[in-house]
Design a protein around this ligand. Structure first.
Ligand code: MN
Ligand code: MN
Length: 260
């Protein structure tokens, strides 16, 4: 099996509230490799450097370059983890995945549905990527977990696109449906409760615990071909605890990609 590629996306120009996620990739790697933790995911797979190929960080000037950079790091049957950026990065990343994975399911973990038709006039805002993905037919199935900010517009968008939303207020992790196609996991760090992940731009209390998200990932029984860890904002972090949680999630996501 070929190595799992890693790319860092330095981009936060489409954040509506605060900047910071452009600085995330290097800080997540720093936490992962500072010798405080070993390289084993909980499923027993090591993510040491012989199974990953780190392509480095890319400073983005033009939003649409994210698709080209992602295509450089993906091939037929290839797997890719993307670090950093605000959540707007997920649309061009998934557009690239569509080239090799025309039938893709997506598990999206977030406090927010990110389904706005446009946000403050921008259809590519970090509040919009899943509207763009669904209107382009880039996902067969989109399942969202951790949502706790729905409004009438986003509820209507979810109905229009057939999105399966699992809101925090009635969350039952066992009720989350199984996937049939190769799976992409998009992890917005604000899906966690801010008590676990204070380093995000939008604090929305009442969120997921670290344990719940790890259990959810471990419960997946279809191949995971890609993932992103987005919206980590180091300016708001406390004792680097969000960087270490992102590093832990990097291990769990790569460990899951290694487990076929
Ligand atoms: Mn998001
Ligand atoms: Mn969010």
């Amino acid at each position: 099996m070929s190595k799992i590629n890693i790319q860092g996306i330095q981009w936060d120009a489409k954040s509506s509230f605060q900047k910071g996620p452009a600085k995330a990739p290097a800080l997540i790697r720093k936490a992962l490799y500072d010798d405080s933790m070993n390289m084993y995911a909980e499923n027993g797979f090591s993510i040491a450097k012989d199974v990953v190929s780190d392509k480095g960080d890319f400073e983005i000037k033009d939003y649409f370059d994210i698709e080209k950079i992602t295509l450089d790091h993906l091939e037929k049957n290839g797997k890719l983890l993307s670090l950093g950026g605000d959540h707007s990065v997920t649309f061009p990343i998934i557009k690239a995945f569509h080239t090799y994975y025309p039938k893709l399911d997506i598990l999206h973990i977030d406090a927010h549905a990110d389904l706005y038709h446009d946000y403050e006039g921008d259809p590519y805002s970090h509040a919009c990527p899943f509207a763009r993905i669904m209107e382009n037919g880039f996902a067969v199935k989109l399942v969202q977990v951790g949502i706790r900010t729905l409004n009438p517009h986003q509820t209507a968008q979810a109905e229009k696109y057939g999105v399966g939303i699992h809101e925090m207020k009635d969350l039952d992790l066992k009720a989350i449906p199984k996937f049939q196609n190769p799976l992409y996991i998009s992890l917005d760090m604000d899906g966690f409760d801010p008590a676990f992940a204070p380093g995000v731009s939008h604090h929305e209390p009442g969120g997921l615990s670290s344990r719940q998200v790890i259990d959810l990932i471990q419960s997946i029984n279809t191949p995971v071909v890609g993932a992103d860890i987005v919206e980590y904002n180091p300016h708001r972090d406390f004792q680097d605890m969000t960087a270490y949680l992102a590093a832990k999630m990097m291990k769990e996501l790569i460990g899951k990609m290694l487990d076929r």
